[in-house]
Design a protein around this ligand. Structure first.
Ligand code: AMP
Ligand code: MG
Length: 488
């Protein structure tokens, strides 16, 4: 298929179909002396855009406010539960939707600029995005996408000579990101908690029309509970994928949860290295509310908050108990399935959940680096010494015991060892976005060196393929360097 340059895409802005109280139309407030740091051909391809038609001037023009025909910059209003407490007035304080790209293959993506200036929802903040935060988000989305996990995608990163007043002076960046939708649980919560039930109905109707058109065949009264069920299922699936890849979002507030099941607002996230269930990458999360092993329960809690926001549209205005059952079942099913595949198990056995749980407890007890462990498990051989696994472990005995259980379970599989090995190497990545890798990209970028960013982006695109000369990128930091102080 011939790919189009960006400016030939059909752009529309459906958000302006909503009542005026749902959004603000506001122009981009350009930064000084902007330049393209990175343009992601991989994500652009999803739009049917040619790399040559994407990189360069068009991106820069857009970031500077020179919009393409059909684009309209819109900031939307939302609320949300932040760390368990409802905040009534949030909104796109530093993000603007440019509109939806209607691609030739029938797909549609909402494209946003993050860091493009003040909006009506910026509160006391500055509407800007520091370069290091932009890099964190830019890499995080692509790291998840490379693992096949739903996420906002990173289209382009634009740097500038504008300096931001933060703890440490940093330059401002603008990130161009895309998703099926950037609408959040908080978009529904906002109107519900203001008792604006007509607006709740309009917002839910909009979500169904735009993103779940398959539900339009049901009568109108049935659609809210159906769409809610779909969102709950997608959320359960998303969190299950996070858990199986050791990803911690870090800020699972309901205003950071999309209505279309994509990971959003990757600010203080992290990928598990040395396995520990209480891993918490967000330094602002003192109580560890959003630590790794809390995420499934928080996902459920967030779905409950969403269901409450839907309640005026549900039969008898009551949240059906089955919703939360659906969440649990769907979470468990998805998690087990992905973890089995990571372990090279293709049959279902009633003790698999126990085997997985013991495996993770062993990783924690023995201080084992989890990405290396899963990757190396692909070459596990029954009866062999398996030194490359034991060398990861601070104590051999618990690992030996677990490998014995694993070996017994493997013996029930019908798949030949070399096929299992190949399959396991396709689901257990060689390259994981370790913290020291991101920090290194940030440290270099603030000095004007963007090569490391491009290098990591290339690895994240195909994290299962080992690249000669890049072995060090698969390893933990030998000595953890002091982390760059990040301010959002
Ligand atoms: P976050 O914690 O980044 O998810 O943001 C929570 C809310 O604060 C959202 O409404 C953001 O749009 C807003 N926000 C965060 N940082 C800024 C900023 N620098 N300027 C304006 N709004 C911001
Ligand atoms: Mg947010």
């Amino acid at each position: 298929m011939n790919r189009l340059p960006l400016y030939q895409i059909n752009w529309q802005q459906p958000l302006t179909d909503l009542p005026a109280s749902f959004y603000q139309q506001i122009a981009v407030q350009p930064l000084q002396q902007t330049f393209v740091i990175h343009a992601n051909g991989e994500a652009a391809r999803l739009l049917g855009v040619s790399a040559s038609g994407f990189i360069g001037q068009t991106v820069l023009d857009i970031a500077n406010g020179k919009l393409l025909p059909g684009m309209q910059t819109v900031a939307t209003v939302y609320g949300g539960h932040q760390f368990g407490i409802y905040t009534s007035q949030l909104g796109d304080g530093r993000a603007l939707s440019l509109g939806e790209a209607h691609c030739r293959n029938g797909q549609r993506f909402d494209i946003q600029l993050k860091g493009a200036g003040l909006t009506a929802y910026s509160r006391t903040l500055d509407g800007r995005l520091p370069l290091a935060s932009a890099i964190y988000e830019y890499l995080g989305g692509e790291a998840l996408a490379g693992l096949g996990i739903a996420s906002t995608r990173s289209l382009a990163l634009v740097g500038s000579k504008t300096t931001l007043q933060r703890d440490e002076n940093q330059s401002a960046a603008i990130m161009m990101r895309m998703a099926r939708s950037h609408l959040r649980f908080g978009h529904i919560e906002y109107f519900h908690h203001r008792d604006q039930f007509d607006e709740v109905k309009k917002m839910v109707g909009y979500v169904v029309e735009q993103h779940y058109p398959e539900l339009l065949t049901f009568n109108e009264a049935e659609r809210p509970s159906r769409v809610l069920t779909l969102i709950v299922r997608q959320t359960a699936e998303l969190v299950a994928h996070w858990q199986s890849e050791g990803f911690t979002h870090g800020v699972m507030n309901t205003d950071n949860m999309t209505l279309t099941g994509e990971t959003l607002d990757l600010g203080s996230y992290g990928f598990m290295e040395c396995f520990t269930q209480d891993y918490s990458p967000n330094p602002n999360d003192d109580q560890h509310r959003y630590q790794f092993d809390q995420q499934p329960e928080i996902g459920r809690w967030n779905c409950l908050a969403l269901a409450e926001a839907f309640s005026s549209l549900l039969p008898n205005k009551t949240i059906p108990a089955r919703l939360l059952r659906i969440y649990r079942q769907h979470y468990q099913q998805t998690y087990l399935q992905r973890m089995r595949t990571k372990l090279g198990l293709y049959l279902q056995h009633p003790d698999d959940a126990g085997l997985i749980k013991n495996g993770l407890a062993t990783l924690q007890l023995c201080g084992i680096d989890s990405p290396l462990f899963f990757r190396r498990l692909a070459t596990f051989q029954a009866g062999a010494r398996n030194n490359y696994l034991f060398e990861l472990s601070q104590q051999p005995e618990p690992l030996r015991q677990w490998l014995q259980q694993y070996q017994q379970r493997l013996a029930q599989e019908m798949v030949a060892a070399d096929i299992r090995r190949k399959r396991m190497l396709q689901i257990n990545p060689a390259y994981v976005l370790r913290k020291h890798l991101v920090d290194n990209v940030c440290q270099r970028a603030v000095q004007g060196d963007y090569e490391e960013l491009a290098r990591i982006m290339a690895l994240l695109k195909s994290p299962y393929e080992e690249v000669a000369g890049m072995e060090a990128y698969a390893m933990p930091a030998e000595v953890q360097k002091p982390s760059l102080q990040r301010v959002s």
